[in-house]
Write a protein that binds this ligand. Structure first.
Ligand code: AMP
Ligand code: MG
Length: 319
């Protein structure tokens, strides 16, 4: 069973037209590219490609499917993916391109991979200011999901050498844009009933407050629900979920993994990247059949299996 990350040759791509063209074509083929932004290097994949996005989590060794920031070339493109508002427009006019990420309601029919939003009804979106990121987004001509280009739990990379030290052999390419000028992650603001600072970052809170003309509410970890459709609304199927199932009850549907007779298979080949890519799609599809319960085959607790099991455990938790 192919549960481990196959080594990949990592191309170092120069900061010129040929490098950007090569990076764009790798992304179009579903590969992973570390791209310089003004904040930190991002690990980019086509945000519409389930398999490519699953590989971001695999390459970073992330134990969870947390939502990723989608990078786009301009505010007009952002509006294809999120429900826009006057407030979004004011902040975008003031700070895009730049180190500000906006969290807004996901537009239905956006066709982004549900792995990008961790199946949330909201989307984090940003227009980076770095000229190479801008050129790459323009040539690629689509949305790029990109968390920081470092292994999970390690320091965010601000040079191509940092990226290579952490991810060489796991991604297809690194576009070398030198050192990132800002050097810390973007500031994240959620625009719900009122704007909320979700993460401090490269754009100072004071600049945002000056633009908004009011103090910004700051989200403290452990705060209850800050907006409808945020973390607690994380998708839980209507059906009950039973993990590590070796049999199927009469009113259950089996979500399989590996060679098993089942209603839907996450990966008949036992490939964890394929399983991650299918996870949210298959849960929704089985749930729509209104079974009493969804039984799930055992998934190995290694690599992407950890993130898959984390998500399934939460779907199975008492509610
Ligand atoms: P990273 O991609 O690791 O640099 O971090 C992305 C950050 O954006 C994380 O702190 C996420 O929790 C946050 N984020 C992304 N999407 C959303 C969303 N839809 N709602 C709230 N926070 C988000
Ligand atoms: Mg990070």
């Amino acid at each position: 069973m192919s549960t481990s990350n196959t080594p990949t040759e990592t191309e170092m791509l120069a900061a010129n037209a040929a490098g950007v063209t090569r990076a764009a074509s790798i992304l179009t083929e579903g590969g992973l590219i570390a791209m310089p932004t003004e904040t930190v290097y991002g690990l980019a994949a086509d945000a519409r490609n389930d398999h490519a996005v699953a590989r971001i989590f695999e390459a970073k060794g992330r134990p969870r499917f947390n939502p990723l920031i989608v990078h786009v070339a301009d505010a007009a493109t952002a509006q294809r993916y999120v429900a826009w508002s006057d407030l979004a427009d004011r902040l975008a006019q003031a700070f895009w391109p730049g180190a500000l990420t906006l969290v807004l309601p996901l537009r239905p029919g956006s066709r982004l991979s549900p792995l990008v939003t961790a199946d949330l009804p909201t989307l984090a979106v940003r227009v980076p200011a770095h000229p190479l990121a801008h050129e790459l987004l323009t040539q690629f001509d689509g949305p790029l999901a990109a968390p920081s280009a470092n292994p999970s739990g390690k320091i965010s990379p601000t040079t191509a050498a940092h990226v290579a030290a952490g991810l060489a052999g796991r991604i297809e390419g690194i576009l070398d844009g030198g050192a990132c000028p800002v050097g810390v992650e973007s500031t994240i603001v959620g625009l719900f009933e009122e704007p909320v600072l979700l993460r401090p970052g490269g754009l100072p809170q004071e600049a945002l407050e000056h633009c908004l003309g009011a103090p910004l509410k700051v989200h403290q970890s452990g705060d209850p629900l800050i907006a409808p459709g945020q973390m607690t609304s994380h998708y839980a199927p209507g059906a009950s979920v039973r993990l590590n199932a070796s049999d199927v009850g009469p009113e259950e549907l089996l979500l399989g993994f590996g060679t098993v007779d089942c209603a839907l298979n996450l990966s008949a080949a036992g490939d964890l990247t394929e399983a991650a890519a299918n996870l949210f799609h298959h849960l929704h599809a089985l749930d729509a059949k209104v079974p009493k319960g969804i039984a799930v085959s055992p998934i190995p607790e290694i690599g992407l299996g950890r993130a898959i099991n984390d998500r399934l455990r939460r779907a199975a938790a008492p509610r």
